[in-house]
Write a protein that binds this ligand. Structure first.
Ligand code: ATR
Length: 264
């Protein structure tokens, strides 16, 4: 467990992750391991910020001399609203997870980080994907998957939300989820509470990849695993988005294997 500071009591440091809750974040270990490996003497801490206080907190951390901040649930939209210079990708998604407090630039590294994690699977052009959920993480995926050549369908528990989401991103909405896809990504928080999603697995393909953004085993991944399908949990995305944030702030590619090891 990390030492957690409230933003008003934060010590002077170099980088931080803000969120609510934030005590389980693995970002401090991950970034610190990369600093050690590269001989850098930066300090990365966990800072608790309540909803509605993101702007004030970011101003305060700027005055304390912080160089950069990662933003996690539920503050990515609020950080976007505060940012003076969000890049085009962040604006498309409507969410910022990386802020440079020196330059004022802000971006979203979740979206390109997610594509990084798909590379080892070698999806051929024209693959199709199903996104489960229509929250903030789903928005990041819906923005980048089509640009990577995927045809994308969306399913969400609340149909009206799925309908609006499908319209906004130009995707096809489906009524009930099946496994008849090259890639299925669960962006819902169902896995956090070990809740099962009602998927028709009977139509799975031999090469279907089943991905859950939650860290570790979820009922969704367990079902896919039992069918012998390839699976991926959220740890690789944590590494990929963190490595891209690191590069955004410092202009150096950090060692991803060191970061990966630090969060196991
Ligand atoms: P995030 O920003 O992490 O994506 P969010 O914006 O809070 O999270 O969105 C949560 C998503 O998880 C929503 O799509 C939600 O579905 P609803 O729109 O129907 O609420 C989905 N979700 C949460 N718990 C779920 C469950 N038990 N089964 C199915 N979907 C669930």
């Amino acid at each position: 467990m990390n030492e957690v500071y409230t933003w008003k009591n934060a010590p002077s440091a170099d980088f931080a992750v803000i969120g609510d809750p934030i005590d389980h974040s693995r970002s401090p270990q991950m970034h610190s391991a990369a600093y050690d490996a590269l001989g850098l003497v930066y300090r990365y801490i966990c800072v608790h910020v309540s909803a509605g206080e993101v702007g004030e907190a970011l101003e305060h951390l700027t005055h304390l001399g912080f160089r950069g901040v990662n933003v996690t649930v539920p503050h990515k939209a609020e950080a976007m609203a505060w940012s003076k210079e969000p890049d085009v990708l962040a604006q498309q998604i409507g969410a910022v997870n990386t802020v440079d407090l020196i330059t004022g630039l802000a971006t979203n590294t979740d979206a390109p980080g997610f594509l990084d994690t798909l590379l080892p699977f070698g999806f051929p052009p024209g693959s199709n994907a199903l996104i489960l959920g229509a929250g903030g993480s789903a928005r990041a995926l819906a923005t980048v998957l089509p640009s990577a050549g995927f045809t994308v369908d969306i399913w969400n528990r609340t149909a009206e939300k799925a309908e609006a989401f499908a319209k906004e991103f130009g995707l096809n909405r489906i009524e009930s989820p099946t496994a008849n896809y090259d890639l299925i990504v669960n962006t819902t928080s169902a896995g956090l509470s070990q809740e099962k999603l009602d998927i028709d697995w009977s139509q799975h393909r031999a090469n279907t990849v089943v991905y859950d953004l939650v860290y570790g085993q979820t009922p969704f991944l367990a079902e896919a695993h039992q069918l012998g399908l390839r699976t991926q949990d959220g740890k690789e995305l944590l590494v990929a988005q963190g490595a891209r944030s690191f590069r955004f702030w410092l202009g150096i590619d950090p060692p991803r294997d060191v970061m990966r090891q630090a969060i196991q």
